[in-house]
Design a protein around this ligand. Structure first.
Ligand SMILES: C[S@@+](CC[C@H](N)C(=O)[O-])C[C@H]1O[C@@H](n2cnc3c(N)ncnc32)[C@H](O)[C@@H]1O
Length: 244
């Protein structure tokens, strides 16, 4: 497949018999989050991967992934958003079953353990009621991610701006809404607690006088890489064979 981009138009040639398709950039990518787009450009989200969007809303981050043959799953507590994605998937003739798109809470997802290559959770975690709720959501996001897989979170933070504290980790952000906000120390402590690898340093966008949105991207270690490496290679070999 060859993709050419010129003057706001994308031409996709799908080989000799597949013909050529011309789409606007917006038709191809939708209103995708720029940091999700960044992960796509870097090959961390790619065709063929099983991608779960937890708290998917109306699926702005899924248009390109559905078009390009990712095995997409999505969940949101808002039934209208989920229905919209079912229809989008059907209109793009992805062949994905409607049950891939579920209504429900992120903190209790109906998906099996370690089933997704990539989990996206964009602009959701700051709606946590309190720390317990935040941790319940995070623990579910981590549960469904396979070893070696990537968790992409974009969430409200206090990195770069001060906000009025309401109580606990809840603050009033610029438009008067009450959000659960993390800070750098908390994200780094959680990364360590999960024994995760930071894919990128934390990146924060400050939306002037309104809010700070931080991108927190983690990779789940494969079980072998979290083994304590023994001095003796024969011991290592025995351990690996034992696990196989
Ligand atoms: C600001 S929208 C973001 C939607 C989408 N992820 C995006 O980036 O465009 C937040 C979404 O999170 C969903 N949401 C918030 N808390 C949730 C929870 N605990 N379980 C499931 N969905 C939740 C809302 O219904 C809403 O669709």
């Amino acid at each position: 497949m060859l993709i050419q981009l010129a003057q706001g138009v994308i031409r996709i040639s799908r080989g000799k018999d597949g013909g050529e398709l011309t789409l606007s950039v917006q038709e191809q990518f939708g209103q995708i989050d720029i940091y999700v787009f960044d992960q796509i450009l870097r090959g961390n989200i790619a065709p063929g991967m099983r991608v779960l969007d937890a708290g998917c809303g109306y699926g702005r981050n899924l248009v390109h992934l559905l078009r390009e043959g990712c095995e997409v799953f999505a969940l949101d507590e808002d039934a209208e958003g989920v229905e919209h994605i079912r229809k989008l998937s059907a209109s793009l003739m992805t062949g994905l079953p409607a049950k891939n798109f579920q209504v429900g809470p992120v903190e209790r997802m109906p998906f099996p353990n370690e089933f997704a290559d990539v989990v996206i959770c964009s602009a959701v975690l700051h709606f946590a009621r309190d720390e317990e709720h935040f941790r319940a959501m995070l623990s579910e996001l981590w549960r469904v991610l396979r070893p070696g897989g990537m968790l992409f979170c974009r969430l409200g933070s206090r990195i770069g701006m001060d906000f009025e504290r309401v109580g606990g980790n809840r603050f009033i952000v610029g438009d008067g809404a009450e959000w659960f906000l993390v800070d750098e120390e908390m994200l780094l402590d959680l990364t360590e607690e999960l024994n995760a690898v930071l894919v990128d340093p934390l990146k924060t966008t400050i939306v002037q006088d309104l809010r700070c949105m931080t991108t927190w991207v983690l990779r789940k270690r494969r079980s072998w890489s979290s083994l304590q490496l023994p001095q003796d290679p024969i011991v290592l070999c025995t351990q690996v064979m034992h696990r196989a």
